[in-house]
Ligand binder design. Structure first.
Ligand code: NAP
Length: 332
């Protein structure tokens, strides 16, 4: 709460109101009225030899209503051709936009996303399962047409006044997509100086070879002292610790700087990736933040406040409610 709002009961604290967000354009193309983009490029976004296949796919949407009308953090839809096993057309699949709001081309005409091939085995029949849309998108070649919808999502975006806030971005796996776009919006704007706010990205993957856009983030960290890039490897040790870490444990390994950053009334927390990370992060916020700071992010019912270890996901939105300074996009 700012000194001004503290003295004026009519001014609500930021945790209740949240920052002002830009007006996001929505549903300019529906599945019934999809636009047609053209693939510009498709490149692996992993540096090492990983067991996964993750591609950065760039699509020219200049002939669609998406052109110039999307924001980093929004999603767009992809309609894979063909039909499902019941003979119905495949449903639209949503992908997070990995572009900055000015597009991968600097003019809002090229939108990109981060796609991991879904390759799995049926748990009972042990037959191979290939995700329809992810493999369709990863197979596409430059010049191929692709039917797109959207954009969608209006809350998981940067605030209007970017320099009024500091940012803690926390991602697992392909949940990194929106943060690539947001970081480029903040640090490499097409005009004007880069944002000097404090920005920390925590990126969690199984192994070092799974780190997505690692080269870009290292480059940004080298160029911008206000940008901190932390990784959390869940299945191997890393430079600063032999421990295997989940993203939320970075709040503990970097406790002093995290408490300082999160105690500031400027900080916004963005979470994207696996659903399980949300609970882990909420637990860690409740553990490390002193009373007075934790309320900026979470409202915790008195009956569960003391026993953080027993928290489960079912408490979220009931006994544990995130404030308007927390932005979450997670999938099971
Ligand atoms: P991945 O490469 O497998 O990485 C996920 C990482 O998170 C692994 O290191 C995993 O560790 C760790 N993890 C597992 N459970 C966790 C927990 N409870 N708390 C913290 N970390 C945990 O990821 P992926 O295959 O790309 O999957 C990413 C997920 O994000 C997908 O479900 C995707 O649908 C979702 N996603 C969401 C959006 C969005 O909401 N807009 C956008 C893109 C992706 P271990 O495997 O070692 O346990």
């Amino acid at each position: 709460m700012t000194p001004e709002s503290a003295s004026d009961p009519a001014v609500k604290p930021l945790a209740l109101t949240g920052p002002a967000l830009p007006e996001a354009r929505m549903h300019l193309h529906t599945p019934a009225d999809a636009g047609t983009g053209v693939v510009v490029s498709s490149e692996s976004c992993l540096r090492g030899k990983s067991a996964s296949f993750v591609r950065h796919v760039v699509i020219d949407v200049s002939q669609t209503r998406l052109a110039g009308n999307f924001l980093a953090g929004q999603s767009f839809g992809v309609l894979a051709p063909g039909t499902d096993d019941k003979g119905r057309p495949h449903q639209v699949r949503l992908y997070s936009i990995a572009s900055p709001s000015f597009g991968d081309d600097g003019r809002g005409q090229h939108v990109s996303t981060t796609v991991k091939r879904t390759i799995d085995e049926h748990w009972e029949t042990h037959k191979l399962f290939l995700g329809v849309a992810s493999n369709y998108l990863c197979d596409l070649q430059p010049g191929d047409p692709v039917r797109v919808t959207g954009p969608s999502g209006k809350r998981f975006v940067l605030p209007v006044d970017r320099s009024a806030h500091d940012y803690l971005f926390i991602a697992t796996g392909t949940g990194i997509a929106p943060f690539r776009g947001m970081l480029l919006d903040l640090l490499r704007p097409p005009s004007g100086p880069p944002c000097t706010s404090r920005i920390t990205l925590v990126m969690g993957v199984p192994y070092e070879t799974d780190l997505i856009y690692d080269g870009l983030f290292q480059e940004l960290a080298g160029q911008h002292p206000n940008f901190r890039y932390l990784t959390a490897l869940s299945r191997q040790g890393q430079d600063d610790t032999p421990r295997k870490l989940y993203v939320q444990q970075r709040l503990e390994t970097h406790r002093d700087e995290m408490v300082e950053m999160l105690s500031s009334p400027r900080t916004l927390v963005y979470i994207c990736g696996l659903a399980g990370m949300e609970l882990g992060i909420f637990r860690e916020l409740a553990r490390i933040l002193p009373p007075g700071a934790v309320e900026q992010y979470l409202t915790i019912a008195p009956e569960v406040r003391e026993d953080i270890d027993s928290w489960t996901r079912t408490l979220i939105n009931r006994q544990i409610k995130a404030s308007r300074r927390v932005f979450t996009e997670v999938y099971s």
